[in-house]
Design a protein around this ligand. Structure first.
Ligand code: SAH
Length: 439
């Protein structure tokens, strides 16, 4: 394989450094930092770019540091442990800017500095440890091979303790995933995902006895070919306490399958930013599409007249209704269980929403929802995104329609040490005057 010396000048989606080969092709180099000169070896060549391995750093960046985890570089969990935290924040902002400018078609987009996280390790309130053939830990980068490890520095102490215990005592039990969820008070809901053919009750009881912080243990009987760690049928095995989390002065019940932001203090900042960009008025009616357990919806309901939530996972909608009731906001909220592509498109025909908040999964907003947004009379769209590529694609569709203007983006570091960045974008409806001025 050929070896090259190149200069790293940019950053790619997984935080790989990007440089150019002498023939002009872009080279993607994991763990290389912009500004560095590095020696690389090509591992996969494509027509217009190559994937490369970092062999040596010839001229290191001032931001280069020693990674804390011995598995960094092999593990798929972290991508930025080799650089100072401030550098990763700046590069995440750059990633958002580049995506909006290149893929989103926004000229010189207004992108704020990335909002930093208080904790850069131990911040995840939910972990997914995988187990197979005696190996337990995290997946290797881009593969389903498990790296056997004792702990993961992104998880809480409680999660790592429960993981170690299960790892040590699982014996021949066919446990495929260990999924602890830890709240602000350090209490845990633990889900063990299995093939459904083993008896995990004795282990569940032993866990409850060993760790007073575990409130309940669930078993997830996985489907034959599960799409993710919690894809199957769930039942409670031990414990009986409900599991609550508090966020922005609201209390939430969270069931094992409901989506809940993994970095709590950052989620509070994210929602504050989303709502301040939404600039809600007391008399306004809004819709929160992809509403999960109703976190954004309820925070918004405190500031406006009514919030409609739309969410596809029925358990999450049940949680959202319970959460609305617990927080005295039932009279101001209504949650629909269903696909946004159907529910929003239908509601949009009869209801007038002053503002639409969308917080879609990684694949972005469904095209039919985008078309309905273009046809709607909504004044403002607040787009909360966990994937800058689909965000940029959707911003492009919305702005190209001529109905909306991109206002600004605020990146929030929800996932320190990883290549991911959460972004809040505000789009506003063009007034007749501004439309006319374009003609
Ligand atoms: N706003 C929530 C959840 C955001 S995550 C929060 O901040 O906690 C995205 C959510 O979209 C998940 O709850 C997921 O179940 C839901 N979802 C995914 N596809 C959907 C679809 N087609 N229609 C409606 N909801 C969907």
């Amino acid at each position: 394989m050929s070896v090259y010396e190149i200069e790293i000048t940019g950053i790619a989606s997984e935080m790989q450094g990007v440089g150019r080969l002498p023939d002009g092709r872009a080279a993607f180099v994991p763990r290389a930092i912009p500004g560095e000169t590095v020696e690389i070896e090509i591992v996969r060549a494509r027509d217009r770019f190559v994937e490369a391995r970092l062999l040596r750093v010839l001229k290191p960046s001032d931001s280069r540091i020693e990674p804390v985890c011995p598995h960094f570089g092999v593990c798929g969990g972290c991508q930025t442990q080799h650089m100072k935290y401030e550098k990763s924040l700046a590069l995440k902002r750059q990633k958002v800017y580049d995506a909006l400018a290149r893929l989103g078609g926004v000229q010189d987009p207004c992108v704020n500095d990335t909002v930093p996280s208080e904790n850069v390790f131990g911040y995840r309130n939910k972990a997914e440890y995988a187990c197979n053939h005696g190996y337990s830990g995290m997946f290797e980068q881009g593969s389903h091979r498990i790296i056997d490890m004792d702990e993961c520095p992104l998880q809480t102490d409680e999660a790592n303790k429960a993981f170690s215990y299960v790892k040590k005592h699982m014996g021949s039990l066919q446990i495929k995933y260990i999924v602890p969820r830890v709240n602000r008070r350090g209490e845990m809901l633990l889900t063990l995902s299995t093939d459904g053919k083993c008896n995990i009750k004795p282990l569940a009881d032993a866990l409850m006895k060993e760790f007073s912080f575990i409130l309940g243990v669930y078993e997830m009987k996985l489907k034959p070919r599960p799409a993710h760690a919690l894809d199957g049928e769930i039942r409670k095995i031990a414990g009986n306490a409900d599991f609550f989390e508090t966020l922005s002065g609201l209390t939430f019940t969270v069931s094992p399958q409901s989506f809940f932001q993994v970095n709590r203090p950052q989620a509070e900042k994210l929602y504050d930013i989303a709502l301040s960009l939404a600039d809600l008025k007391e008399n306004e009616k809004i819709v929160d599409v992809y509403s999960g357990a109703g976190t954004i919806s309820l925070a918004a309901a405190k500031k406006c007249a009514h919030v409609t939530g739309i969410e596809i996972v029925p358990e999450a909608v049940r949680d959202a209704n319970k959460n609305a009731e617990m927080n005295g906001l039932s009279h101001k909220t209504k949650f629909y269980a269903g696909d946004a592509a159907q529910v929003y498109v239908r509601l949009n025909k009869t209801e007038k929403f002053d503002c639409v908040i969308v917080d879609p999964p990684r694949k972005g907003v469904d095209e039919s929802v985008i078309n309905a947004l273009i046809q709607s009379v909504t004044n403002r769209i607040v787009y909360v995104s966990c994937n800058v590529a689909t965000l940029a694609r959707d911003v492009k569709r919305l702005t190209e329609s001529g109905k909306y203007r991109f206002e600004k983006a605020v990146p929030v570091d929800m996932f320190p040490m990883t290549g991911h960045v959460e972004t809040v974008v505000l789009l506003s409806r063009k007034t007749n005057a501004s439309e006319a001025s374009l003609m």
